[in-house]
Ligand binder design. Structure first.
Ligand code: NAD
Length: 506
């Protein structure tokens, strides 16, 4: 009783003070009192952030809406957000999922443009589409307990939250990765703090602010989704080291995967890929050509799952390239390829075992076909989605994850030879590989040899994420750490609840 009186007195005082300051006095729901109480009710052993006796309502009314200057502040606020979510239960998680999905759909055009203007990579139509499809990311309904029942009673295994998840997002799809991660992570009952890529961090912070405003309005929960306004390598380190952060979700290239694995925290790593495509002589070449163009040109080939190099059996390679031209791709000749290669890579002496080692020129990553064509010394018709050229298997465009709307085509003498070359090009990332074939033996051989997380047969890469194939969507595909296409269960701890010798009714 006395704590109720205290809470109500505190609430009134805060209302009055805020009213005098001219702030919004409409304290929603139970957030004001519940978060101040929440440190006290934090489960034993869990992190309780430092408290000045105020509550997280104060910071949100100060206009933070999840956007913080430091990782420490963001993690402390997210921990409070987590405790508030815990109190409000499944319905609040469902509400957050709905808010994120609806907002991404409603604001896809505006946010797609903002992200493209900031990052300067990719295509507007696909930036917009990547936000429209956030609705396909699995949410709260994926969290279902498993139960067993027998002569000794019943046992329930529940998928429960970790607390605060630290998440790192790439420049290639900043808001879509952030939004998809929020749906998964909050559906599992967690809060999250993001360290976005600096090249696409302003749009990420804007989205976090907007999500929080709606979450605050609809649920009264503050700072469930937090972000560091100006992310740096130091803020990454601080985030990873923070006591409240129990789990990491990293989406990016080899550098950040390595860094995350060295933190000592459990890390779910969605790492780099360099997806090879094998086309044999049983394939439908029209379908193969159209699929390769669709996948490799998507968002100017920024997708980690995007087709990056093609190995075609010698005697159908010309037919495949003709089919690609018929489908609208533009073929470069040898000298045009050479010009493009010189522009797309720099060759640094002394790297790669003493040999000049190509490094992708960032200025051409994710740029439009017209920019690449200009670098190759040609003009292409408006609406061209992809360039291609014949190369050998050691070409930098085959070896490097180049992320440009260009794809090299390599002739191979046999399926075995193609699988060998594909394995080499994939660099053991175990990310994505694709085959166009109607021979089940060829499919099986490639699946076994490459052992990739996604293996797509007779479709574009997007089919591996439920876009034209069966399945579900995520923009974080955990490859080196093995969780696969991330979903809400990826961000849970499995806890067992056992009733001995009872409640088994029959
Ligand atoms: P990136 O590796 O440059 O950056 C990714 C994130 O990691 C950014 O937030 C960046 O600031 C951070 N980062 C980079 N190096 C770091 C380090 N040493 N320590 C701490 N943080 C670091 O990648 P990008 O160019 O933004 O994105 C493209 C890469 O991400 C490609 O390799 C692509 O395959 C991969 N990717 C993978 C998936 C997946 O689901 N597996 C999804 C998208 C992108």
């Amino acid at each position: 009783m006395s704590s109720q009186i205290n809470e109500s007195v505190i609430r009134d005082v805060i209302q009055e003070v805020l009213g005098r300051l001219g702030n919004d006095t409409n304290l929603p729901h139970t957030a004001a009192v519940s978060s101040s109480a929440s440190s006290a009710v934090a489960p034993s052993g869990s992190y309780a952030p430092p408290s000045c006796g105020c509550d997280s309502k104060k910071s949100s009314q100060g206009g933070r809406h999840g956007v913080f200057a430091t990782a420490g502040e963001a993690c402390d606020a997210a921990q409070q957000g987590f405790l508030q979510l815990q109190k409000q239960g499944i319905e609040a998680r469902r509400k957050v999922e709905e808010i994120v999905k609806t907002m991404c759909a409603d604001r896809a055009t505006e946010w797609g443009r903002i992200e493209l203007e900031e990052s300067k990579i990719g295509r507007l139509d696909h930036k917009i589409e990547k936000l429209q499809i956030i609705k396909l990311v699995p949410g709260v309904d994926w969290i279902r307990p498993d139960a067993r029942s027998g002569d000794h009673g019943i046992t329930l295994e529940e998928y429960t939250p970790f607390g605060v998840v630290g998440a790192i997002t790439p420049s290639t799809h900043s808001i879509p990765t952030l939004a998809g991660n929020i749906v998964n992570i909050v559906a599992a009952g967690n809060a999250v703090v993001f360290n976005a890529h600096p090249a696409a961090s302003r749009c990420a912070a804007m989205a976090v602010r907007e999500f929080n405003k709606a979450i605050e309005r609809e649920t009264g929960i503050h700072n469930l989704v937090c972000i560091i306004e100006e992310p740096t390598l130091d803020s990454f380190k601080e985030l990873c080291a923070h006591e409240a952060v129990r789990l990491l979700c990293v989406t990016g290239g080899p550098g950040v995967v390595k860094a995350a694995m060295q933190t000592g925290k459990r890390a779910i790593c969605a790492g780099p890929g360099n997806p090879p495509v094998l086309v044999d002589d049983t394939a439908c070449l029209k379908r193969a050509a159209e699929s390769i163009i669709q996948g490799a040109s998507y968002d100017n080939n920024l997708l980690c799952i995007g087709e990056k190099e093609v190995f075609a059996l010698e005697h159908i390679a010309d037919d495949l390239m003709n089919a690609m031209q018929t489908a609208g791709a533009v073929r470069l000749n040898g000298s045009q390829l050479q010009q493009l290669t010189q522009a797309a890579f720099t060759f640094k002496e002394g790297q790669g075992a003493g040999c000049p080692h190509p490094v992708v020129n960032k200025d051409l990553i994710g740029k439009d076909v017209s920019v690449l064509a200009q670098a190759a010394g040609i003009q292409v018709p408006n609406g061209t989605d992809l360039l291609f050229a014949e190369t050998d298997e050691n070409h930098p465009f085959v070896d490097e994850e180049q992320m440009m709307p260009f794809i090299p085509i390599v002739r191979v003498g046999s399926v075995d030879d193609g699988i060998r070359a594909a394995l080499k090009a994939e660099h053991n990332y175990k990310h994505t590989s694709i085959i166009h074939s109607h021979d089940v033996n060829h499919m099986t051989a490639m699946a076994r040899a490459l052992d990739t997380t996604l293996f797509i047969k007779n479709g574009p890469c997007g089919a591996g994420l439920g876009l034209g194939g069966e399945g579900y969507l995520s923009f974080s595909i955990a490859t080196p750490t093995g969780e696969g296409v991330t979903n809400p269960k990826t961000f849970t701890r499995v806890r067992r609840c056992v009733m001995v010798d009872n409640l088994r009714i029959y």
